[in-house]
Design a protein around this ligand. Structure first.
Ligand code: ATP
Ligand code: MG
Length: 191
């Protein structure tokens, strides 16, 4: 299996690139953000709880997210591989992902880190907020999301770098140019 973690700050383009990757390489796109927004949309009890964290720019607690990811993976038997988008977001989630994949005798193949300057991230998120209707795409929440990213998520870069899995991808420029850089990396892995 080819198991890709797409990594980056909020607004770095993980979702956009994941969709293209899943189409080109026939991989299963697992987006925790999309899953949570579907729950919010359906107004489930879990969705309401989740939105109380999301709208503040906080993370949903690890135990809850790890269990949700386990559920998502168990439903997808016999796939060629996964693209993990939005997970892991903490070191605990990173360790849990390794353990979950181990159960299937699998591992993370590569971590693609989309590198985007902070000013650009803020601009993208505020622009997306004008149309997305997302409770977290606004000026008040964006600072908190970036803080959470720096403090809780970014340490995963060393975690994966030490394991020789991290590949940095320049995340500014056209969507297609960024996707070309990603494709070059993936083609080298599957060759
Ligand atoms: P993108 O790069 O696609 O713009 P994003 O950071 O804007 O990514 P999502 O990945 O969609 O957004 O996540 C939105 C929110 O959902 C997060 O800010 C967080 O509150 C919650 N969330 C998503 N994934 C997780 C996770 N693995 N653990 C905890 N909370 C999560
Ligand atoms: Mg996203």
């Amino acid at each position: 299996m080819l198991n890709i973690v797409i990594f980056g700050a909020p607004g770095s383009g993980k979702g956009t690139q994941s969709v293209k990757l899943s189409e080109k390489y026939g991989l299963e796109h697992v987006s925790t953000g999309d899953m949570l927004r579907a729950e919010i949309e359906a107004n489930t009890e879990f969705g309401q709880k989740a939105d109380s964290y999301i709208s503040k720019g906080h993370l949903i607690p690890d135990e809850v997210m790890i269990e949700k990811l386990d559920d998502l993976m168990r439903k997808k038997n016999g796939v060629k591989g996964f693209i993990f988008d939005g997970f892991p977001r903490t070191l605990a989630q990173g360790k849990a992902l390794d353990e979950m994949l181990e159960k299937y005798d699998e591992k993370v193949s590569v971590v693609l880190s989309l590198e985007v300057e902070e000013e650009e991230l803020v601009n993208r998120i505020l622009k997306r907020g004008e149309i997305s209707g997302r409770s977290d795409d606004n000026r008040e929440t964006v600072e908190s999301r970036l803080n959470v990213y720096r403090n809780q998520t970014e340490p995963l870069k060393s975690f994966y770098n030490e394991r020789f899995k991290l590949v940095r991808i320049p995340g500014q420029g056209s969507i297609d140019d960024i996707f070309d850089s990603i494709s070059t990396v993936i083609d080298r892995i599957i060759a």
